[in-house]
Design a protein. Sequence first.
Length: 333
Amino acid sequence: MDVIGLTRQLIDIQSITGNEAAVGEFLTNYLEKLGYTVERMPVEAGRFNVCATPPKTPSPALFFSTHMDTVPPFIHSSEDDANIYGRGSCDAKGIVTAQVAAAQKLREAGIDCGLLYVVGEERDSLGAAVANQNTRGSKFLINGEPTDNRLAVASKGALRVEITAHGKMAHSAYPELGDSAINKLLDALQALRSMELPHNPEIGSSTMNIGIIEGGRATNVIPDFAKAQLLFRQVAPSEVLREKISAAIGQKKDVDLEFVLDIPYMRFRTLPGFETMTAAFTTDIPKLTNWGEPLLLGPGSIHVAHTDREFLSKKELHEAVELYVKLARQLLS
């Protein structure tokens, strides 16, 4: 297989979350030409997962998996002697290529593995949730995310929070006639910033990001509405963090709190002969629990994913193929 060429072909198909159909069709046709039985697994209108199995083994013991969608904006592929560039190069289209190449090598050695490529990982893991209701009886799932070709011992979870403050509009020359929702929101956010976050000695500390703030009408109007969206990376059961957040802002007047997404942190088994790491990011794995024992490994650095300089080392790409083969052999031996 031309792993560099295939990676660039995948990058050059725009597949920002919600628009994965074209890359799904490409993978379906590509894998069918390799002799796989391929199913388009419907997720919602115009979106589907791709599930491929060897024709003689409809229920292989091991599946490779990652996601087909990317974050915006779309960036065409390019390359130099060392790297492949473009949106999805390391997150996660190079991983798709490495897994397909590994599955081919294993197949040639008489070891059949399946391939599962899902939509929506970058938003809500909807494709993974649908796939979890359509399993194939596998014992192991090797999920791919950029881990610098190291086997993850754990991944942090995610808790997405929305805080909405309510006030009363008035002319800004007479603030005593109004009630500023923005001031209330700022007080709530400061309470969260001052809060001690949970710590796990084996994984690290939880973190908080205030990602979006919106509100107000005009500079000369006392704001009656303000809203913030936050994301916590969690390292303990979510109940601990939820209680802390609720205690920090629960008594504040005219401030509503909503937990809109809760992905738990995960711990994974490791195997001899692999370097290890802890992933500070979340994956589809918590939504794919019915696909067997999960492991997490992939080429590329998460530090360049989601950036305008996203790239994947060609050396890492080739090494990932062999690491996936080695990992599958150990799990199935």
